[in-house]
Structure formats: C-alpha cells, structure tokens
Design a protein around this ligand. Structure first.
Ligand code: PLP
Ligand code: TYF
Length: 392
C-alpha cells in the first residue's frame, strides 16, 4: 500500500538543521531554526535547569502516571507565570502539554468542536496553519505585516477582523511574533480587545517566547490584558525557549471560561483531545519547570539566566541596525532595533535567501527570516555586507 504515498514537502525550517550540519565551510553562519544561541554558538542547558534536574533525580519517588492534564503542581505553578498574580484564576484551567505545539494542537482540536474557522496572521509560524488544517478548521489569513515598512499594519489587521463572524477563532502571537518580530503596541492590543469583545471572537494566544522580548512580565502583558477583559479565551504557552528545554517537550494549554464551572467543562473537553492525541504529556521538562517555579532562589536565578539571553538578543539587534546604518547610510533597517524576540524578516526574496546560503554560507529561512541569536558579534558586519550584496 505504501507505494501509493507521496513524500510531503519538508519542513522549511527544520530541514535547515541538516543542511547546515552538512556544510563544511568554516565560516558558515546558522540563522535558521529558532533556538537561542550564546556568543559561542551553543544552546547550553541552563544552570538552573541542571540544578532542578539534580534535585529531581535525588527526590523523585515514582514515575507512575499523572492524568491527561499532566502534573497538577506544574499546572498550578504555571498559571501565575503566564497570567500574573492578579489573574482571574478561578476561571482559568491549565493542562500540561508536550510543548507549545501540543497545546496548540489540543486547543485547536477543542475549538473545532465549537467553530469552523480560524483567522491566522499573514505571515505566521508554518505549523499554525498545519495544525489548524489537521483540526479541520477553515483557514483565513488576516493581513499583519507591512513589508514596505517592516512593521505591523494594524489598520489592515483590524479591518480584516471586523469582517470575521461571531464565534470565529483568532490566532494571536502574544509577543515576539514569529517570523516578523513585529508586535502590537499596548494601545493596539487594547483596541483589539474591544474588537474581539464586540464581534464575539474567540482569541487563541500563542505565547512561545515569553521573556525574549522586553521581559517576563512585559511579554505577558497582552495575554494578561486580554484575560482581564475577554469573557473566554484560549492560550498556548511553551517552556521550550525560556527554559531552554526544547526537546523535553514542555508547554501548557489554558482555557479561560466565563465561570469556573464552564472552565471546568471546557478543560474536560480539551483533555479529551489529549486522550486521543497522546494520552499524557511527558513529565521530565514539566518537573524541572515546577521545581524552578516553586523555589524562590531557583526562580530568581532562572530569571537572571533568561535576562542574559534576552539582553544578548537586544544587543545584537542594536548592533545589526547600527551596522546596516553605516553600510547603507539609511534608517531602512532600524526596524531591527524595534522588533522583538529572536526573529526578523530581513527583506530578501527566496532566490536571495538561497544565494546567501550557497555563496556566503549564511543559513536563513526561505522567507527571509533570520534567527538573530545565531549571530556572533564579530559576524554582524560580514552578514550585513552579504545581505547588501545579494539585494544589489
Ligand atoms: N509557537 C511558535 C510561534 C513557535 O515559534 C514555536 C516554536 O517552536 C512554538 C509555538 C512551539 O514550540 P514547542 O512546541 O517547541 O514548545
Ligand atoms: O520557528 C522556529 O524556528 C521554531 C522551531 O516544525 C520549530 O519554532 C520550527 C519548525 C517546526 C518546529 C519547531
């Protein structure tokens, strides 16, 4: 039977990992997959994660099952991290998931029981549409990014969502938009909340880079603002980046209900999605996160490690923008300083991106997305020169 199958197109981001590994040029630069890298190019295990792992190894007494929602202590600890200490916590339910992807998957599967359509920003992380399609949701794209200014086109976004139908699902990036790095301002989030309420739209907020933009609490501002105003909402959060535990697959799915009872029923329905998808999430990463969040000193030390990652990216953004200024005598790349998180679109065509790879050994996604953390400080000018050369 398998002879009937055709190979699907490869994941454009993940396939860069092996392409880069196979490149033997010593001066190659990896700006592909979205993992944090330090100044040596490594993605190390955080010290606080190592310490939590030591404690886990020393104290864990059983590996018996938790339920489908994972470790209840993890779920308790993660709510204030995302929603803050003033959260309407009686109306919130949390489930531990296999990464942010697992959260998106069960939340979209859940939402598909209530609604038929999802609005996804153009552009967005490729897996958003892939998961939505798998959940049999009809995908509509709302304009988000203006390539001419390299900034959010909020009027166009609003105009498109004004036309959405009551009950439609709206996917939003909570911070550090992937792939553009362009986020809404607080005023725009507040206007968007008005629109979501007025049009009775269901927000699904994806928060995968909390702590990589302006700070842990600052980056959760949008989620918290929406939670303080919307009657119902869904949130998918990821611990992959901010705890650096990518392959341990740790994240959380949240439902905010109108009442505590409604939230509990919705949670039970979301759990059914976990049951048919993977039954229960893996424990290790969530146990590590729980240990860190429950221990005041470890929590403070983790925040400091996260701040080191955040400020390195901010420094690189500044360095890049300044280098482009010097090279082009223009402010055309100042957006790099204003956008947030690991990603920005550098404004090259697919052909130019491929030239950067073949001629300069610079690996970036075909849509022109760069992972800024992949740069070393002394590679900034080389990178800028290559971009200016291919753009002609
Ligand atoms: N959402 C966005 C926007 C992402 O870029 C990622 C990246 O990996 C995820 C969600 C999910 O991450 P993970 O499933 O590794 O936690
Ligand atoms: O956008 C990125 O690079 C990260 C990592 O199928 C990633 O979100 C990329 C593709 C994918 C899973 C994770």
């Amino acid at each position: 039977m398998f002879e009937k199958l055709q190979a699907p197109p490869p994941d454009k981001i993940l396939s860069l990992i092996s392409a880069y590994a196979e490149d033997t040029r010593p001066n190659k630069i990896d700006l592909g997959v979205g993992v944090y890298r330090d100044e040596t190019g490594a993605t190390p295990v955080l010290e606080t994660v190592r310490e939590a792992e030591r404690r886990l190894l020393a104290t864990q007494k059983t590996k018996s099952y938790f339920g489908m929602g994972g470790d209840p202590a993890f779920c308790r600890a993660i709510v204030p991290l995302i929603f803050g200490t003033d959260a309407p916590s009686d109306r919130i339910r949390a489930l531990q998931t296999p990464g942010g992807s697992g959260a998106l998957s069960i939340l979209m599967g859940f939402a598909a029981k209530l609604t038929k359509r999802i609005h996804i920003p153009d552009p967005s992380w490729g897996n958003h549409a892939a998961i939505a399609k798998h959940s049999r949701l009809e995908i509509l794209r709302y304009p988000y990014f203006d390539a001419a200014t390299s900034r959010v086109n909020f009027p166009a976004m609003k105009a498109a969502l004004e036309k959405a139908e009551a009950g439609d699902l709206v996917l939003l990036h909570g911070c550090c938009h992937n792939p553009t790095g362009a986020d809404l301002s607080r005023e725009e989030w507040s206007e968007l909340a008005d629109l979501l309420i007025e049009k009775k739209l269901l927000a699904l907020v994806d928060l995968a880079y909390q702590g990589f933009g302006d700070g842990l609490d600052e980056d959760a501002w949008a989620v918290r603002h929406l939670a303080s105003r919307l009657p119902e909402m869904l949130v998918a959060s990821s611990c992959s980046k901010n705890f650096g535990i990518y392959r341990d697959r740790t994240g959380a799915a949240f439902v905010l209900g109108k009442t505590s009872q409604e939230a509990a029923v919705a949670e039970a329905q979301v759990m059914m999605e976990a049951r048919t998808g993977y039954s229960m999430p893996p424990d290790h990463g969530a146990a590590v996160v729980r240990i860190i969040l429950e221990d005041e000193a470890l929590y403070a030390a983790w925040r400091a490690e996260l701040e080191t990652m955040r400020s390195r990216i901010a420094d690189l953004r500044r360095g890049l923008a300044e280098s482009f200024r010097r090279r082009t005598n223009s402010a055309a790349y100042d957006f790099l300083m204003e956008s947030r998180g690991m990603f920005s679109l550098i404004g090259v065509t697919e052909e130019q991106a491929k030239r950067l790879r073949s001629e300069f050994g610079i690996y970036l996604v075909d849509d022109g997305r760069i992972n800024i953390a992949g740069l070393k400080e002394d590679q900034i000018d080389t990178f800028v020169e290559a971009v200016v050369t291919v753009k002609g």
